[in-house]
Design a protein around this ligand. Structure first.
Ligand code: AMP
Length: 144
């Protein structure tokens, strides 16, 4: 399955925050949207970074409660790994495993942010495919 198909099966849109967003606000965004990461974009929606709950947890140890007032640009990852709509879900599984990341923003042909795939989306998609294969096998056996 290619990523554009996977994106069709989930609500459209990508949750983004500005680099100046405070970490307190980020936590609201993550909790309200029930997500684990947000893409950090500037005013023209160009990707500046990505910030996940792991970044917050790790930096909490260093800064304590002071962290909450800091901007997300202080803790975000700058070099963002992205994928294209024509990559396959299998490609993305390798990318996530090799980079040890659980979120990958998707860029369209013009290089603009068009979606995001989480490891949960990948697992759900693979389970769907495997269930389909199992059903096909059961019906094939039933016709013999
Ligand atoms: P995650 O597994 O998504 O919670 O993120 C783990 C770490 O990888 C955090 O430091 C994130 O900022 C970083 N990260 C998450 N997704 C990406 C990505 N697509 N590209 C680069 N770094 C990422």
């Amino acid at each position: 399955m290619v990523i554009v198909q996977l994106l069709r099966s989930k609500p459209s849109g990508v949750t983004t925050v500005a680099p100046s967003t405070s970490i307190r606000e980020l936590l609201d965004v993550l909790a309200d949207n029930r997500i684990g990461a947000a893409v950090v974009v500037d005013d023209d929606r160009a990707i500046r970074g990505i910030v996940s709950e792991r970044d917050v947890v790790r930096r909490l140890r260093d800064h304590g409660a002071d962290l909450l007032g800091m901007p997300v640009e202080r803790i975000m990852t700058h070099d963002v790994v992205t994928c294209s709509t024509t990559d396959t879900v299998e490609d993305l599984m390798s990318v996530m495993t090799n980079h040890r990341i659980r979120h990958v923003p998707v860029l369209d042909d013009d290089g603009r942010l068009t979606g995001i795939v989480s490891i949960g989306d990948v697992v759900k998609s693979r389970i769907g495919e495997l269930e389909g294969e199992r059903d096909d096998l059961i019906s094939y056996i039933g016709t013999r």
